[in-house]
Design a protein around this ligand. Sequence first.
Ligand code: BTN
Length: 263
Amino acid sequence: MLSKENILKNMCTVTFGREIIYLDEIDSTNNYAKNICENVINGTLVVADCQTSGKGRLGRSWNSPHGKAIFMSLLIKEDIDVSKASMITLVAAMAVLEAVKKSGLDAKIKWPNDIVVNGKKVCGILTEMKTDSSNAKYVIVGIGINVNNDSFSEEIISTATSMKLEAGEDFDRNVIVCDVMKGFEKYFELFTRSGDLLLIMSEYNDNLVNVDKEVMIISGEDSYKAISKGIDRNGGLIVNDSYGKSEVIVSGEVSVRGVYGYV
Ligand code: BTN
């Protein structure tokens, strides 16, 4: 059972996830973390067993059933440049990737921050920033992991999966929460050391789906094919167009898909 006690029993970090706020049900752990950020310490982790209005990227909703998955938001109260907040999403992707792989699954990253197993998404990450009245900045890293979900709705079944569906066994959500925090602490330290993704990008690119393959770049009504070459130190995706010209795709402006579907 997911609980504060069971999470803390396994936690072996110094800063991230040492303070846990556990909720049986909440609208969104990101919203909750935003509301309490002024009154809690750096590294506080809000974990919920279920969300009634889970938020995904690009204004989408996030499937958040009771008792099956992980919904958590990590609060970072450190002086982080607004322009670098999006890099933290890739830092978190590395942490989740490591935790899912440790569970024995062959996980990969779909740029910028989806974790996929067998071409379907098991995790999504939504990073938000909040500035308070005294201009202090807070970063909220929201992570949703499909752990023991048995099924998905018709709308997302072709792109979503869970660790259980892929492995054929249940996983202990408490252990996964702690593994993600442990990885986050490691990769966040590398991020703060260089101030960007320089020390992470090689490992990130080794785990990125579609490297050296054709992908579809979708920008509003326009879409075109290009070859994915991996990320640069800022987390942008380097792609070569059909004339061999290189450009860097910035997350948030466009989306990148496989030529034949989601991956
Ligand atoms: C995505 O669309 O890929 C991002 C999904 C992020 C979902 C997580 S679940 C915990 C946190 N709280 C939210 O409302 N959203 C994030």
